[in-house]
Design a protein around this ligand. Structure first.
Ligand code: PGA
Length: 252
């Protein structure tokens, strides 16, 4: 069955103490208000992962990193490996976020290698895709998303793909307060599900979780999550406040 997920992407925010407080507060709320079939995920800065994973009830809340190295281990100063993330207790890793693609020059080939390494280390991958404004204005958005998925992701096996969640994040909606309209979100999610079907078949496509990201908040989550091909959200700014994030989880 298709899993519903609400994942918070904390980005480079919160000190360790603030992060553990946020994790604790979300945990306290969700222990009282069972999120039901929705899986909440906290994608914290890597240095907070072990502490936040320890503080939350892992039967209810999962944790994840926001990036990992494509290398297994070795002399790569400053990098963080998939096995380190796994050993900190995390379940997920976000790969291909537009901020990694644009500020850190991560391309499709690198993201494919990162995906393979993460999956080998038994992490689940939240794989991000999405077009910039100019690409949408030029009507290239479907083509861009197709390329990102076909080159960066789709060479993995069926078995590996079962551990992948796709996040569609139109770059023009990230952190801007501008959200994709329901029609724009639904048509792209439907398109993405169709691409998964072409490559992996109908059963896997129907079971694939596709998240929407980009200024999703407590005010618009209801509408976005009611769309047939939207299975949850990847939440940036609104995941930094416990009340807002818990309200979004309650939107299903
Ligand atoms: P936003 O970020 O919710 O602040 O727009 C989403 C994301 O970048 O994952």
């Amino acid at each position: 069955m298709r899993k519903k997920i609400v994942a918070g992407n904390w980005k480079m925010n919160k000190t360790l103490q603030e992060g553990t407080e946020l994790g604790e507060s979300i945990n306290n709320y969700l222990k009282k208000h069972n999120p039901g079939q929705v899986e909440p995920v906290l994608c914290t800065p890597s240095i907070h992962l072990a502490a936040v994973t320890d503080i939350v009830d892992n039967n209810i809340i999962k944790t994840g990193a926001q990036n990992c190295s494509e290398k297994e281990s070795g002399a790569y100063t400053g990098e963080i490996s998939a096995s380190m993330i796994k050993s900190a207790g995390a379940t997920y890793v976000i790969l291909g976020h537009s901020e990694r693609r644009s500020y850190f020059m991560e391309d499709d080939d690198l993201l494919y290698n990162k995906t393979i390494t993460a999956l080998k280390n038994e992490l689940k991958v939240i794989f991000c895709c999405g077009e910039v404004l100019k690409e949408r204005e030029n009507q290239n958005h479907f083509q861009i998303v197709r390329r990102q998925l076909e080159t960066g992701l789709f060479n993995i096996t069926d078995q590996q793909f079962l551990n992948v969640v796709i996040a569609y994040e139109p770059v023009w909606a990230i952190g801007t307060g501008v959200t994709a309209t329901s029609q724009q979100a639904q048509e792209m999610h439907h398109f993405i599900r169709g691409l998964v079907e072409e490559k992996y078949g109908n059963t896997i496509a129907e079971d694939t979780t596709i998240l929407y990201g980009g200024s999703c908040n407590a005010g618009n989550a209801d509408e976005l999550f009611s769309l047939p091909d939207v299975d949850g959200g990847l939440i940036g700014g609104a995941s930094l406040k416990s009340d807002d994030f818990c309200k979004i989880i309650g939107s299903f």
